[in-house]
Ligand binder design. Structure first.
Ligand SMILES: NC(=O)c1ccc[n+]([C@@H]2O[C@H](COP(=O)([O-])OP(=O)(O)OC[C@H]3O[C@@H](n4cnc5c(N)ncnc54)[C@H](OP(=O)(O)O)[C@@H]3O)[C@@H](O)[C@H]2O)c1
Length: 249
């Protein structure tokens, strides 16, 4: 368990799935964590489980909401940029609205949060920014071109910010999970069932065959990598895209 006692963190999308697992592991490492998202009841339910967890309702695609959130936080050492969504459609049915929604939440949201985070932590001489990208940030998958484009963008953003902050005691890295057992995976399975007539098991298998281990990644496995990247031992690791995908890539 890395000693991060006394540090403070923001986890976007920390109310559910990977973000909730990251929140729990950071809290266990002695970090005070603030989670953000749009649904108040989800945030409250997660935050209420712990003593050192608070929440802010904020939409990461809204610049004013993001700047207000950082003003409210005061200071922060660790920022985990995890909020995201993965709507799907074949390219000929990917209208501009779907495209923009995927770019907004997955890429523009990451930019806005990273920009405000680095404004704060560049003055401290120590900081960690971890972006939750995806294997879809490193390879293509069918029917999620907007999501793939956005997640590839997140890795470009990570690499650029890592170089920019390399002399400031800040590391900026991405983690790239494969299909992970969260509400997002269940939504993808439900979508396949609706569109193809497969049953739940068949739809699940169709997705999970991409993982050589033949199983879904657990949110805690992604969270361990995020927590390690926040540790002192990972001080010289920056600009990396760490794959957590059972050998998929
Ligand atoms: N599950 C997978 O298979 C998988 C694989 C690779 C990468 N990922 C990535 O992992 C991250 C977490 O996803 P998850 O799998 O844990 O799914 P999830 O449980 O659906 O988590 C997504 C979180 O993001 C929040 N969010 C969405 N839009 C937001 C917005 N505009 N502003 C603020 N918060 C927002 C959601 O809360 P609200 O809806 O309340 O805002 C939710 O808590 C995402 O970036 C996703 O792309 C997931």
């Amino acid at each position: 368990m890395p000693d991060l006692d006394g540090r403070t963190a923001l986890v976007t999308g920390g109310g559910s799935g990977i973000g909730a697992a990251v929140t729990e592991q950071l809290l266990n490492a002695g970090v005070r964590v603030t989670i953000c998202g749009r649904r108040l009841h989800v945030l409250k339910q997660t935050a209420d489980r712990y003593a050192n967890c608070s929440y802010v309702q904020a939409d990461v695609t809204n610049e004013k909401a993001v700047t207000n959130m950082f003003a409210e936080l005061g200071g922060v050492d660790i920022v985990v940029i995890n909020a995201g969504a993965a709507d799907s459609a074949p390219i000929h049915k990917t209208d501009l609205d779907l495209w923009m929604r995927m770019i907004d939440v997955n890429l523009t949201g990451a930019y806005l949060v990273a920009r405000e985070a680095i404004k704060v932590i560049r003055k401290k001489g120590w900081g960690r920014v971890v972006m939750v990208s995806s294997t879809a940030g490193l390879k293509g998958y069918p029917y999620v071109s907007a999501y793939c484009a956005a997640k590839h963008g997140v890795i470009g953003l990570t690499r650029s910010l890592a170089i920019e902050t390399a002399k400031l005691g800040i590391t900026v890295n991405a983690v790239c999970p494969g299909y992970t057992e969260t509400p997002m995976l269940q939504d993808s399975i439900d979508n396949i069932v609706t569109k193809t007539g497969m049953d739940q098991d068949q739809a699940r298998q169709a997705l999970l065959t991409s993982n050589p281990m033949g199983r879904a990644i657990q949110p805690e496995e992604v969270a361990s990598t995020v927590t390690w990247l926040c540790s002192e031992g990972a001080s010289s690791i920056t600009g990396q895209a760490i794959i957590v995908a059972g050998g998929e890539l």
